[in-house]
Design a protein around this ligand. Structure first.
Ligand SMILES: Nc1ncnc2c1ncn2[C@@H]1O[C@H](COP(=O)(O)OP(=O)(O)OP(=O)(O)O)[C@@H](O)[C@H]1O
Ligand SMILES: [Mg+2]
Length: 339
């Protein structure tokens, strides 16, 4: 079959409407083979809906999606053979052992017994579950289930792996283990990975490029470094002074080593700079020369959080919303490969 797109994943004005509500709004992007591509956005941004269209679970309302060069609406069966899908909710079967979960999936994809054994054992080894493979999944932790599901999603050697919020609800140690696993996959295989997340640190450390999604639209798309370069200054200095932040703001405004000064209340200031460690002593001197005293000073590197705020005026962190997201995930179909 002649490929319709040369990219690993491509969308052209891909749109999904539920009644009069537009969940995904004319989204266009292309992902190269071997790339780790992140879809980052708050709850309800449309990430899962976009992924469900690309994984043939949901027909697009308008526009086109191509995965491994194949049109998802015209040839869903062919697309399914080329993709591994790890949905937002945990979907491994609790009543089966880890090995049985993998074996059944392999059979579903038409792998021979021998292929299933060889590849399945290699994958279980890779995800660190070889020793536990004959235990029921009911006895696994959330992190272990997630790792098993990643192994299961790889059993048929897919070209593209879709992961929807792979670390949601996991403890920090399990998150770390999943990150290490994805890092290893990226280094050791040619696979293309599409990763959906609303964790900034996750997107930043794993992804080659990130699309920031909000309200069904892509509002920015670049490498983590490229996204950050849009916002002035690579560092942020948070400063508190004893007496008069207004006076200090006026003194610091226009200093060549600062890219911006924002006053935050009576005593606090936020300073944008390209080199925090260079700027700190200069700031301390300037405050002292102005007859005030610094009571606290900290520096942090510009994060994707600052980028998100820059584009949307809102913050992405939202603990309440995380619970909703788990709830939405629980409604996901348990059989990712069936329509
Ligand atoms: N089957 C559906 N019918 C109606 N509305 C839907 C349906 N599926 C999703 N939506 C709506 O579309 C919007 C996008 O939902 P989606 O699940 O794609 O968001 P998300 O970015 O994955 O969010 P989360 O971070 O919570 O997983 C939401 O407002 C949601 O309520
Ligand atoms: Mg989602």
């Amino acid at each position: 079959m002649e490929p319709d797109s040369a990219a690993a994943i491509e969308t052209r004005e891909l749109t999904k409407r539920f009644g009069s509500f537009t969940a995904v709004d004319k989204v266009s992007f292309a992902v190269e083979r071997g790339e780790v591509f992140g879809l980052l956005g708050p709850n309800g941004a449309g990430k899962t809906t976009l992924v469900r269209m690309l994984t043939t679970l949901l027909p697009p309302t308008e526009g086109h999606g191509y995965v491994a060069g194949i049109d998802v609406a015209r040839h869903p069966q062919a697309v399914r053979k080329q993709i591994g899908v790890i949905p937002q909710a945990l979907t491994s079967d609790l009543d089966l052992t880890g090995w049985e979960n993998i074996d059944i999936y392999g059979e579903f994809f038409g792998l021979s017994r021998r292929e299933r054994r060889i590849r399945g054992q290699r994958l279980l080894e890779m995800v660190g579950l070889k020793e536990r493979q004959h235990d029921l999944v009911a006895t696994y932790s959330g992190g272990m289930r997630r790792r098993l599901e990643i192994a299961r999603g790889l059993i048929h050697s897919p070209e593209v792996l879709f992961l929807d919020e792979p670390t949601i609800g996991l403890d920090p140690q399990s998150r770390r283990a999943v990150w290490d696993l994805l890092e290893q996959l990226r280094k050791e295989s040619e696979i293309t990975i599409s990763l959906t997340t609303h964790y900034m640190d996750e997107a930043e450390s794993l992804c080659d490029r990130i699309a920031i999604v909000d309200g069904g639209k892509i509002i920015a798309l670049d490498t983590p470094v490229g996204l950050k370069s849009v916002v002035p200054g690579s560092d942020r200095i948070d400063l508190a002074v004893e007496h008069d932040a207004g006076k200090i703001a006026a003194v610091l405004e226009g200093q060549p080593y600062l890219r911006g000064v924002t006053r935050d209340g009576q005593s606090r200031l936020s300073l944008a700079t390209d080199d925090g460690s260079h700027a700190i002593p200069l700031v301390l001197d300037a405050v002292e020369a102005a007859g005030d005293r610094v009571t606290s000073i900290t520096v942090h590197k510009l994060s994707l959080e600052d980028v998100f705020i820059h584009f949307t005026g809102r913050t992405l962190r939202d603990e309440g919303a995380k619970k909703v997201s788990l709830f939405v995930g629980a409604g996901m179909p348990q059989q990712p490969m069936r329509r």
